[in-house]
Design a protein around this ligand. Structure first.
Ligand code: PGA
Length: 252
């Protein structure tokens, strides 16, 4: 049984105070939630305060990026050890906005992933095609390249500690969600890649989240798909009401 994960990616939103207020309001809304894991990803500056506020609530705290070195001359970067120190349990790696804004490559994703795993963080690794790639029928090629590059050299047991997120770039922040069938097709393909590289058991166990304009109104149809194990939510995770509405998908 794969336990679903609903994760909120706040991107470059919320001050420390806003993050704490959000967590305090979210806590009672998720106090009795057992059907899924709940994670939020505040910006670096709010991680420690958010983690403090979330203590004992079961809400996981994710960073939105990490460097592969433990320390060093890397201006602007943050190490796995620093994330643990701030109270993080998870870290998002390879989000398309980082790939696009910062030119992040599959090789860098791979290095970050290995460092996060070595530190004991749970990585949420993002893959997904652009509109141009989809329209030229390259979706599977792109996913294969990102998968094989991102997960190169991992042992099956390391792979079993990862959460994957399929985020078609054309669906992120556009209001244009993939249909449940489009999402399922890519999720099934990613599971197939996992099977080929890490074996049947690990492939069946890995959680694959969908991301791209997830809202309370469309989560139920997405979650009904066989290979979809949760969501990575951007815009709709910024308000407690809509984020809690997504977490409550079984009642939607
Ligand atoms: P969105 O973002 O829900 O605003 O489309 C998703 C993401 O980028 O993780």
């Amino acid at each position: 049984m794969r336990r679903p994960v609903i994760a909120g990616n706040w991107k470059m939103f919320k001050t420390r105070g806003e993050a704490v207020t959000f967590i305090e309001e979210l806590k009672p809304r998720v106090a009795n939630v057992t059907h899924c894991e709940v994670v939020v990803a505040p910006p670096f500056t709010a991680l420690a305060d958010a983690a403090q506020a979330a203590k004992g609530s079961g809400i996981g705290i994710a960073a939105q990026d990490v460097h592969w070195d433990a320390e060093g001359a890397h201006t602007g970067d943050v190490s796995p050890k620093m994330l643990l120190d701030a109270g993080c349990s998870h870290v998002i790696i390879g989000h398309s906005e980082r790939r696009h804004d910062h030119g992040e490559t599959d090789e860098e994703v791979n290095r970050k992933l290995k460092a996060a795993l070595a530190a004991g963080l749970t990585p949420i690794v993002c893959v997904g095609e652009t509109l141009e790639e989809r329209e030229s029928n390259q979706t599977q090629q792109v996913l294969q390249r990102q998968f094989q590059g991102g997960f190169a050299g991992l042992t099956p047991s390391e792979f079993s500690r990862i959460i994957m997120a399929y985020e078609p770039v054309w669906a992120i922040g556009t209001g244009r969600t993939a249909t449940p069938e489009q999402a399922q097709e890519s999720h099934a393909y990613l599971r197939e890649l996992a099977r080929a590289q890490f074996g049947e058991e690990r492939a069946q166990a890995v959680r694959i989240l969908y991301g791209g304009s997830v809202k309370p109104e469309n989560i139920k149809g997405l979650m009904a798909q066989q290979d979809l194990d949760g969501a990575l939510v951007g815009g709709a995770s910024l308000k407690v009401g809509s984020f809690a509405g997504i977490i409550d998908y079984p009642a939607a």
